[in-house]
Design a protein around this ligand. Structure first.
Ligand SMILES: Nc1nc2c(ncn2[C@@H]2O[C@H](COP(=O)(O)OP(=O)(O)OP(=O)(O)O)[C@@H](O)[C@H]2O)c(=O)[nH]1
Ligand SMILES: [Mg+2]
Length: 274
């Protein structure tokens, strides 16, 4: 289904829901936000928006706390969770139920967000058994799925929608660009190394114990230690690039997250320019 149709589907869901739960990747809260959907919910005073920072198991506590403070100060109710470790999922259920007034007995909530942030995983836990298919493949949920969580609460799982404002480099960093769909995986891998180095210059070096001066040098050494060679013994950089990208997406081995202080600094800078 084309991306625009997913967007239409999510908009329809937001229109039909009392509570909208925006699931962000706790590693990249600012990058994974959708201002457009947020504004759509905020414009309507009868709707409530909850922001979930999921995958907190991949981020140090003090970073999660800072993001929570920042987003709360912007006026949002923020709930940090980990579907993997089943952290705070009942807090999330209670927050959804108490977001609306008591006189409203039946509540419809929808979960929105970029692909792969953990929407289906969280809904499965709230439901208590696997109902929404989960996969390490971005764009796994293809259609709307309604799940009754309690007598009062029905939740719609929506497919993740990639915003047009996200650059390819950011999509790769967020792990939502499928390696097999990239026209040039080598350039994709270089871009990922560059993005990660910018945020945390030691993350890749420590994870793979490889010293390098540039992304191409890293990838060559990565191909070497993974024994990726073509017939004749020449290094197979393209296969190494795919392996590196796939590992990054599926195993979350590299410790990397957006810096909340940098976010605040940029926000301040923008303000003083206005
Ligand atoms: N480490 C970690 N991984 C998680 C967590 N929640 C989900 N995942 C993993 O993230 C991947 C995507 O999870 P899904 O629940 O399918 O994500 P989704 O948001 O429904 O994705 P789409 O359907 O593509 O929009 C899976 O490999 C999950 O196992 C979490 O809290 N921590
Ligand atoms: Mg899903």
């Amino acid at each position: 289904m084309p991306k625009d149709d997913y967007d239409t589907m999510v908009r329809k869901m937001i229109k039909g829901s009392e509570v909208v739960v925006e699931v962000l990747d706790a590693r990249f809260p600012s990058l994974s936000r959708s201002g457009r959907y947020e504004r759509m919910v905020m414009r309507n005073p009868t709707k409530k928006l909850l922001i979930v920072l999921n995958k907190v198991d991949l981020v140090p506590d003090h970073i999660v706390k800072k993001w929570r403070r920042i987003l709360s100060s912007e006026g949002f109710k923020v709930i940090p969770t980990s579907a993997r470790e089943r952290l705070s999922t009942s807090v999330l259920r209670n927050a959804i139920l108490s977001a609306v007034k008591d006189d409203l007995f039946y509540i419809i909530a929808c979960f929105i967000g970029l692909p792969n942030t953990g929407k289906s995983s969280l809904i499965n836990i709230l439901k208590g058994r696997s109902s929404a298919p989960v996969a390490p493949i971005p764009g796994f949920t293809k259609a709307l799925q309604a799940l009754r969580i309690t007598t009062r609460l029905k939740i719609y799982d929506t497919p993740g929608v990639i915003s047009k404002r996200l650059s390819m480099a950011d999509q790769i960093l967020l792990g939502i660009a499928k390696p097999e769909k990239l026209s040039d995986p080598v350039k994709g891998a270089w871009s990922l190394v560059q993005s990660i180095d910018k945020i945390n210059p030691n993350a890749i070096k420590k994870t793979y114990e490889i010293e390098y001066e540039s992304p191409p040098e890293f990838l060559e050494k990565f191909a070497e230690i993974r024994h990726k060679r073509k017939k004749g013994g020449v290094l197979d950089i393209e296969t190494a690039a795919r392996v590196f990208l796939t590992e990054y997406n599926n195993k979350a081995k590299i410790p990397v997250w957006e810096d909340p202080d940098e976010y605040l600094r940029l926000k301040q800078e923008k303000k003083s320019e206005e």
